[in-house]
Design a protein around this ligand. Structure first.
Ligand code: ZN
Length: 566
């Protein structure tokens, strides 16, 4: 009998602790790393030849929305294709538990806009064999999975369960309701949840961009500081779990103080979303980093997640919904495609649409491109920017864009590059060592955007091409740092005794492929994906889930209750 189930032979080992790389073998037994060093190849039932390749800890993705997808795609792609071995679901306060049976339809409708998950896929692909949060965890536990999963309790369903949707959007909970909300969080934590999450984009603030399916704000947008503090106290009392929050009230000082209060009150980590380097507005990321550093110096566990991924968006007005921070645009882009078409064509609405131009457009008339036109006689518009299109037709760029979209039955595809193209600013963000790379938003907005490729992209673009940090540092940030912030108890490093979550890749060949359309969702739906090149193998709990960039079909991922295998 071989001593090891798998030997990864003769790789360059980067263990994720920031120690210098070294050449050696990794022996895996019973799902764990049994030995690192020089091993006899004959001792492995399976041998993976890693000569010349990097061997490093699997990546840990703290910000995903695979809450629906995990039920039809055990691989939670595209994350797993890019070396991610553990994910956290239920981010931003959105998810599907607890949900009363008569509110399931509403819960799915909500997710069609706020995270843009296709309704037909949820309808066809979700088993709904739960009501409470502990029952949801049992259902996730029973599924085959090719990644490990850590689950947040999302606040929107939690508040809705106790108060009802309409009430939860109208007023804060009564004392009695708050007690019940906290009791349910306690019960969910007892069952193995990792903490709670909330996205709070004040409807009167500058950024309420992700809304309910009818254009109204989400429950989490409307919740109060006090409710958050009550939820933080639950984690503090348990001395367990962590919080994830996006908070934009329009008052930056208030928002920062609120994060500090959550951390102080609970003693638990709080993940601040997000630090995004934005072209033309460097004061935003600089301000966030100096504040995070002051938290660090005061011993407050507030950690930032940085947007290192390419956040470029491709979209058509058939389903686009990320101009929602401007009411006129939100109104004009709700409803069926036919309803949208009528509204976007309506001359009465244009004045408001022109005067409330979404931030992404104002900054980027010169950068938003027409990338695809369906009607053959309008094809010559392809490749033009909105400004060029407007100049050519003697119209305001907004009118030019909407007239083209309407005359093309809303099929015209536009592309808006991400606001983080300035590589000097990206370097400033990476120079702060405690920011967690990301943000993938895996499973969300998949008709517009992919972010799940961020680990491959980080290594390819920022480390290999631009040399912004060392590989040792990069692997610490992609695995150990997020794992520690999020309470994974024994993952994020290659060390003897740890679960064998491992990536083996060819550093020179590592590559993110171009965005493509995949028609692989249930209910006949489609999404955008990006594939990877260069992954020789990905191991999850000691089994090979990806080999030579292809899924092996092995589903060795686990629900990590309380942050660990049970
Ligand atoms: Zn999110």
């Amino acid at each position: 009998m071989a001593e090891f189930d798998v030997v990864i032979r003769d790789g360059i080992i980067i263990d994720g602790s920031r120690m210098p790389r070294f050449r050696g073998d990794v022996g895996v037994r019973n799902g764990r790393i049994a030995k690192i060093g020089r091993l006899r190849t004959s001792d492995g039932a399976k041998v993976i030849d890693a000569s010349g390749q990097i061997v490093a800890p699997g990546f840990v993705d703290l910000h995903t929305h695979y809450d629906a997808q995990l039920f039809w795609d055990p691989y939670c792609s595209i994350s797993s294709w890019h070396g991610v071995t553990s994910i956290v679901i239920g981010n931003c306060g959105f998810g599907f538990a607890p949900v009363h049976p008569d509110e399931r339809e509403r819960a799915m409708l909500t997710m069609t806009r706020v995270e843009a998950i296709p309704y037909a896929s949820m309808k066809a692909g979700m088993p709904w064999d739960w009501e409470t949060f502990p029952q949801f965890l049992d259902s996730v536990d029973r599924r085959r999975k090719a990644v490990n999963i850590l689950p947040y309790v999302p606040v929107s369903p939690l508040l809705t369960w106790v108060m009802g949707l309409e009430e939860a959007k109208r007023r804060p909970p009564t004392e009695q309701e708050e007690r019940e909300i906290c009791r349910l969080l306690d019960e969910a934590m007892e069952a193995g949840a990792c903490g709670w999450s909330a996205q709070r984009l004040d409807p009167n603030g500058p950024a309420c961009v992700q809304r309910d399916f009818d254009g109204t704000p989400m429950v989490s947008d409307l919740m109060s500081d006090d409710t958050c503090l009550a939820l933080a106290r639950v984690l503090g009392r348990r001395n367990e779990g962590f919080m994830q929050m996006t908070l934009v009230s329009g008052d930056v000082a208030h928002d920062m103080q609120h994060f500090e209060k959550l951390a102080e009150l609970s003693g638990r980590p709080v993940l601040y979303n997000v630090v995004q380097p934005r072209d033309n507005r460097p004061f935003i990321h600089r301000g966030a980093i100096s504040w995070l550093d002051s938290c660090r110096q005061r011993g407050l566990r507030v950690y930032g997640q940085a947007v290192t991924a390419d956040t470029g968006m491709a979209f058509t007005f058939e389903n686009w919904n990320l101009f929602d921070e401007r009411q006129a645009w939100c109104d004009a882009t709700t409803g069926t495609p036919a309803e949208r078409m009528t509204k976007l064509a309506d001359p009465e609405r244009r004045e408001a649409l022109r005067s409330q131009v979404p931030r992404v457009i104002t900054e980027e008339f010169d950068q938003i491109f027409v990338t695809g036109v369906e009607r053959s006689d309008l094809k010559d518009r392809e490749g033009l920017t909105l400004r060029e299109l407007g100049a050519r037709e003697g119209k305001h760029p907004v009118d030019a864009m909407l007239d083209l979209a309407v005359s093309d039955s809303l099929r015209t595809e536009f592309y808006a590059p991400g606001p983080n193209q300035n590589m000097e600013y990206m370097k400033e963000v990476l120079d702060y060592p405690y920011l967690i790379p990301g943000v993938s938003d895996g499973g969300a907005h998949t008709k517009f955007f992919t972010g799940g490729q961020y680990p491959t992209e980080f290594l390819e673009r920022l480390v290999r091409e631009r040399n912004m940090l060392s590989l040792e540092e990069a692997h610490w940030r992609l695995s150990a740092l997020p794992a520690s912030c999020a309470g994974f108890r024994d993952r994020g490093l290659l060390r003897e005794g740890a679960p064998a979550d491992v990536v083996v890749y060819d550093y020179d060949k590592l590559h993110v492929r171009d965005m493509e359309i995949a028609r692989d969702l249930p209910g006949g739906e489609w999404r955008r994906v990006r594939k990877a090149d260069g992954y020789r193998a990905v191991l999850v709990n000691g089994e090979v889930t990806i080999e030579n960039d292809a899924q092996t079909g092995r589903t060795s991922g686990l629900l990590l209750r309380h942050g660990a295998m049970q």
